[in-house]
Write a protein that binds this ligand. Structure first.
Ligand code: HMG
Ligand code: MG
Length: 314
């Protein structure tokens, strides 16, 4: 029997013993909310996530405020997180201006965000793909000189709302460019959630063949077609040990209309616990956090696990 609120543990062969969850709810989730979320609510959300055992919580973005007004309070929010010890708090930066803002507040982890397609580079960064890579190059160099950890996102790795299926070589090119700049890790984004497990395995193999090792790769799935967990399982079988997820399944992308919610952290933790894979996350506390946030946002969580574990609240 399983404990109440927890899955039965039945390990499968050849999977990692431990997975690091890169929680993106406060950034990727809240950047997409229609209503303004008060800075204090964001700070409490991040503290609750840390209290639930998440050790990497992407906190906010230092992008141009006119582009993402939901995260325009980065300067006010970041100092409210100063008491969080042992929790990595990466922030998104799109250019040197964003890096300077982040460094001025003491950020020690940043993420630049490239696209595998021209259309999304233009929509999200107002630059061609090569122009955006040229902007990132000195940003990554300067961050590394400052001893800051750099993640490189690659969006639209599988499909793009304007261009359709994305050829593997486009993704490989951008990943290699980000690694050559000095990024410490990459996150492969299925921004509109169209990937299926075979496609995931094919991309991971293509990256390995082109010199991008699995140990620098994280995966970032959206659940538009209900494939996010199946895709994650495929990535785990390949040896990936960093998985992005968003508490309560918050999210989407303001510059890609067909993007729906990210993989819900609770759904991910339920599967990983059932497989006997360590995450350090307390599922009960995490679920309570998503129920609390859903109350703040005035709507229920799309996560199946949150709903199953808190039926009276939904
Ligand atoms: P732009 O409009 O081309 O700006 O935006 P610009 O470079 O021409 O500069 C114009 C003005 O903006 C200047 O000010 C700059 O200083 C200022 P002025 O001289 O006119 O007074 N400016 C800034 N101010 C504050 N902070 C900054 C900044 N940069 C310029 N960082 C830009 C170009 C890249 C800035 C804009 O397009 C931008 O901010 N884009 C970010 C959009 C965004 O955050 N999208 C969501 C990211 S989610 C994602 O990518 C997917 C991911 O989640 C993975 C997945 O889900 O699959 C990662
Ligand atoms: Mg996302």
């Amino acid at each position: 029997m399983s404990a109440p609120g927890l899955p039965m543990v039945v390990p499968a062969q050849d999977l990692p013993e431990r997975v690091r969850i890169h929680e993106v709810g406060p950034r990727d989730g809240l950047q997409n909310e229609k209503s303004a979320v008060p800075t204090e609510v964001k700070a409490e959300f991040i503290h609750r996530l840390a209290d639930a055992g998440l050790t990497t919580v992407e906190a906010t973005s230092f992008v141009r405020p006119e582009w993402v007004p939901q995260l325009a309070d980065a300067e006010q929010l970041f100092p409210l997180l100063g008491d969080l010890r042992g929790v990595a708090l990466p922030v998104l930066v799109p250019n040197r201006r964003g890096l300077d803002r982040a460094l001025a507040l003491g950020a020690r982890r940043i993420a630049v965000f490239a696209s595998a397609t021209e259309s999304f580079a233009k929509a999200n960064l107002n630059r061609t793909l090569d122009e955006s890579l040229a902007v990132f190059e000195p940003v990554v160099r300067h961050a590394k000189d400052e001893g800051v950890h750099v993640r490189g996102y690659v969006s639209m790795c599988f499909g793009d709302p304007w261009e359709g299926a994305v050829p593997l070589h486009q993704v490989v090119r951008v990943c290699r460019a980000l690694m050559a700049m000095g990024c410490d890790e990459l996150s492969l984004g299925d921004t509109i959630g169209v990937a299926t497990p075979g496609h995931v395995l094919e991309l991971l193999a293509a990256l390995n063949e082109e010199g991008v090792p699995t140990n620098v790769l994280g995966v970032h799935f959206h659940d538009t077609y209900g494939q996010a967990l199946a895709n994650t399982y495929a990535a785990l079988e390949h040896g990936v040990t960093t998985v992005d997820a968003s508490a309560g399944g918050l999210g989407g992308c303001p510059y890609a209309k067909s993007a729906t919610g990210n993989l819900a952290t609770e759904d991910l933790v339920w599967m990983l616990q059932g497989l006997g894979i360590e995450t350090g996350v307390d599922l009960g506390r995490l679920t309570a956090t998503s129920v609390w946030l859903a109350e703040q946002l005035g709507r229920s969580s799309p996560s199946r696990t949150v709903r199953a574990l808190s039926p009276k609240d939904q």
